[in-house]
Write a protein that binds this ligand. Sequence first.
Ligand SMILES: CC(C)(CO)[C@@H](O)C(=O)NCCC(=O)O
Ligand code: NA
Length: 609
Amino acid sequence: MTVCVKKHTIFSNCSQETIKMDPSDQKFFTVIDYVIFAVLLAASMGIGLYYALSGGRQRTTQEFLMADRSMGCLPVSLSLIASFQSAVAIIGVPAEIYTHGTQYWFIGCAYILGLFIPAHIFIPVFYRLRVSSAYQYLELRFSKAVRICGTFTFIFQMVIYMGVCVYTPAFALNAVTGFELWGTVLATGLVCTLYTTLGGLKAVIWTDVFQTVVMFAGQLAVIVVGVQKTGGVADVWRKVWEGNRISGLDLNPDPTERHTFWTLGVGGVFLMLSLYGVNQAQVQRYLSSRTEKEAVRSCYMVFPSLQLALALSCVMGLVMFARYYMFIVCFPQMVIYFVMDMLHGLPGLPGLFIACLFSAALSTISSAFNSLATVTMEDLIKPQYPAMTEARATLLSKVLAMSYGLLCLAMAYLTHLMGDSVLQVALKIFGMVGGPILGLFCLGMFFPWANSIGALVGLCAGLVVAFWLGIGSILNRSTRPLPLECGTNATIAIQTAFNNTTLSISLFFSQPSGLKRFYSLSYMWYSGFNCTTVILIGLIISFLTDVMPGTLYPLLGKLFCFLPEHLKKKLCCVTPLGQTVSERIDLIAKNLPVLNFLIFSSSLCITQN
Ligand SMILES: CC(C)(CO)[C@@H](O)C(=O)NCCC(=O)O
Ligand code: NA
């Protein structure tokens, strides 16, 4: 039987011990489970149809892409958390906690600044400019070329990401339960494409609300049943404690250390900023809010729900560890195995979890489709055809949403050809492509003297360095063995399973040096590192191409002192006479980023009022 064979391949690498439950003739799904899964798809379709037929019937781009800018903060906040919380996190985080302990949980610290900064810096700028796409900002601030480069970078990021999102749950489910792989990919991809194309952003946001609730319910069910079946809270706690899964605060400053407080709590802030500050999927939700206040409030409300999502997936990892602590390695598929092990025989609950998994995936890819349609329409097509009628633009937006839906299926196939820890893959994409985009926006918002050439060169350089680092890290992966963070039980398991070889290998392990050390930079720093590259290169190029008054020593001006004043100013970039050194220093000091941001945003306030 296929189910049985597939299960054995999953565990053959983990340990020579066998699992107590005999999976051979396990029937995972009853009719009611399939019904629940079908209800999820049907309800999502229903919401899509409802918004296709109510309101303005999706006849303007304002409604289709911006939800008429009429949303309240509750649906927006639930939709915000749904955008980047996919099945990747639901499967990946428990696997991470199982293997490496609760260190990853410290990413929750990054949510504080990672949401506070978007709420008070990015939202006001975008909202007051009344843009439809975040990239419109780049044209207002720099030039059309920067806008188009930013747009293409974003499209690239989201297209790869949505492939991972739609493939991950289908693959994991298939490996464990034999659920048809490509059938599931097709069903989710097509249903999502349909309701996104029919109902526009309103449907996307309201399905997100419904799907986020289902997502929480599914995770909660697994935890409750799991704790019961593992012997209660005290027993789970004892096992994870003995198994050394409860990690303390790791303050190791080494940037190559994968997860420490610094990489997660500080590097994570940049990751959050690239997602919640400047990513079009999120910016579009802020912009769809009724008022700016409502947008800020929705961003605040993301904090508790995101903490809840993180806590649920971390606790699930711990319960899973308490159940299978004798296995050393944990594959993402093992999370699904654990869920099925817990929920089988409880009709409806396996179905609820499948619904949870696909809710997470659907809510992410629907956001991707709609935001991709928006940027393609607003940034690439509309500027070329300014005379296009509203009806035609709306039709075209729908065609775009649908095309991206079909492209997503193609990307799922590409993901099929890759292979890594899915959580790491998703977070690497955010850092490698989202990091440089964040840098571009920071360059624009915080550095008044940054210019268009600086921004363009900065973005390109940032992307090149990002890919150099990212690809380098993949090619050099094998040089550094996974850290062995094992407790007593796990250590015994290693010794019996591998006859001490694993432990002796770790003794030969030494710190990488030179370029290898660069490649082993923790992926949690990717966003911050790539963002900084763009800002630094952008500033240097801006200085070289556009001289800031007061930043040059007027050497040429002194040589050509015989020239008339106005010529000297032009030829030699000499600032008006009489400026003392201290005045120049003042001028530079005035350009300190924070100070300038204040000036910039207050000037925005003034132009608004
Ligand atoms: C975006 C974060 C890091 C926020 O906690 C989290 O949702 C996450 O780990 N997401 C992984 C990507 C995904 O779930 O598709
Ligand atoms: Na999601």
